[in-house]
Design a binder for this molecule. Structure first.
Ligand SMILES: *Cc1c(COP(=O)(O)O)cnc(C)c1O
Length: 322
């Protein structure tokens, strides 16, 4: 039996992060409110350190290392933001870090990870089993593996973003959360159940990669081939044991949106709110706009998960829509 993380773990993570992570702003937009006929509160993790909420989980997990673990270092695999989060947290805590990244990861993310002092090892994610490769290196070097989502300390850290949101704005009727492997969603759900028990919590995935929705609705973790979508932070093949345990207990449903809807949301953030949000970071708002839920007149939270997008790519995507 797994011991699932609890809201007490989220609170402990918040204390560890205090003074290290940014308390990110909660922004409003009159245009968004008018469009959805609701009160919308955007928790802007695109303004978090290294540009995404992943700093929270990584820093929390690395803060708990023993002296021996700190000396040998941390290893992880990631398509981007978790890599930067581990590299930055490790640098701040004086811990060596090895990061396995896919060959086709956005160049901005590879550069940023190296810039934070992480040792990057590239692999082919369509041919090689990254988890097996990571375990091999971890064993050879005695390093501790901190995976991108399926770890109690990572989940507890990610949950601190929603905790801050509820702390700042009070209870909500709906909360929309981007979903890849489920660290952010499960942590957010722990905070929602504790601080706003009646709030409906929705995870949002890209249409092309709806393994989370299939898992939630079937009651068992479903694995899919690596999905092709512009939401590169949500190209996960399956939920984790810990994240699924919390999600199936505490989440109301999993929704999906198309890549075209993500581009529209990106454009909205750029044009109306003057924010660069990466495609994956747009999942929650795209679903709030498109899912047809009865949110009119309600208080709606949207977690914007990150803002790390290659500027050339950003320009291309913005040029696609009229
Ligand atoms: C990792 C990531 C996600 C997905 O988070 P999970 O915890 O894997 O569900 C969403 N958005 C961004 C920007 C990310 O980096």
């Amino acid at each position: 039996m797994l011991t699932l993380p609890t809201f007490d773990d989220v609170m402990a993570a918040a204390r560890r992060l205090d003074g290290h992570a940014h308390r990110t702003p909660v922004l409003r937009s009159r245009t968004a409110d008018d469009r959805l006929k609701a009160s919308v509160f955007f928790k802007c993790e695109n303004f978090q350190r290294m540009g995404a909420f992943k700093f929270r989980g990584a820093f929390n997990a690395l803060s708990r290392f023993s002296a021996e673990q700190r000396k040998a270092g941390v290893i992880t695999f990631s398509s981007g933001n978790h890599a930067q989060a581990v590299a930055l947290s490790a640098r701040l805590l004086g811990i060596p870090a090895v990061i396995l990244m896919p060959l086709d990861a956005p160049p901005a993310k590879v550069d940023a990870t190296r810039g934070y002092g992480g040792e990057v090892i590239l692999f082919d994610r369509f041919k090689q089993d990254r988890e097996a490769l990571t375990r091999e290196i971890a064993q050879a070097r005695g390093m501790t593996l901190i995976p991108p989502y399926d770890h109690p300390d990572v989940i507890a850290g990610q949950g601190t973003a929603a905790r801050e949101l509820f702390d700042e704005v009070g209870e909500l009727d709906y909360l929309f959360v981007c979903l890849g492997g489920g660290g952010l969603l499960s942590g957010s759900a722990l905070s929602a159940r504790a601080l706003s028990p009646a709030c409906k919590v929705y995870g949002v995935e890209p249409e092309a990669g709806n393994d989370g929705q299939q898992s939630f609705r079937s009651g068992a973790i479903v694995t899919i081939p690596t999905p092709r979508t512009i939401a590169d932070g949500a190209q996960t093949q399956h939920l984790g044991e810990y994240t699924f345990g919390v999600i199936r207990r505490d989440v109301d449903d999993i929704l999906t949106v198309s890549d075209a809807q993500l581009v529209q949301a990106m454009r909205f953030f750029a044009e109306r709110m003057k924010m660069v949000v990466e495609p994956t970071g747009c999942l929650g708002f795209a679903a709030a706009c498109e899912a047809g839920l009865p949110i009119a007149g309600r208080r709606v939270g949207v977690i914007i998960s990150g803002g790390n997008v290659d500027l050339r790519r950003f320009g291309e995507l913005m040029a696609e829509v009229a």
